[in-house]
Design a protein around this ligand. Structure first.
Ligand SMILES: [Mg+2]
Length: 143
């Protein structure tokens, strides 16, 4: 399963306590090390500024370094959905969804694959972690 990960409002600038965001990111790096992609305006077309963006946050520096080595860049021009591989199962963690992106997801029957990370919800990172753990378990049971 591919994971597409936003930064602003998800890993930084979110109400979730730092320890919950650390646990979420650590879980992703440990369990989805070969299938996680950045999907953020800090990484598009010709540049990848994700490392700098994360260094400018309250996340521990060594975790940022780990994330920077493991998480792969993605490439989109206007719509984030342009970077999504619809041939593979995925979950997209993001605090924002444009109407145009929603339409693309709907056209692929994939609206449920977008997990809304409400930046004002202090439980958000916890909820995302539970979701990923459940999906991991489901995957293990079907394979
Ligand atoms: Mg965002």
């Amino acid at each position: 399963m591919n994971i597409y990960l936003d930064i602003d409002g998800v890993l930084r600038g979110a109400a979730s306590p730092v320890e919950d965001r650390v646990e979420l990111l650590d879980y992703i790096l440990t369990n989805f090390s070969d299938s996680t992609y950045w999907l953020t305006t800090h990484c598009r077309q010709d540049y990848n500024h994700t490392r700098a963006a994360l260094f400018n946050s309250d996340l521990p520096k060594e975790l940022v370094e780990r994330a920077s080595t493991i998480i792969q860049p993605s490439n989109f021009a206007v719509l984030k959905t342009d970077a999504i591989d619809f041939e593979k199962p995925f979950i997209w963690l993001d605090d924002n969804l444009f109407e145009s992106e929603q339409k693309v997801l709907e056209s692929h029957g994939c609206l449920v694959n977008h997990f809304y990370m409400n930046p004002r919800d202090p439980e958000m990172a916890k909820k995302a972690l539970i979701l990923l753990k459940n999906l991991k378990e489901e995957n293990a049971n079907t394979n």
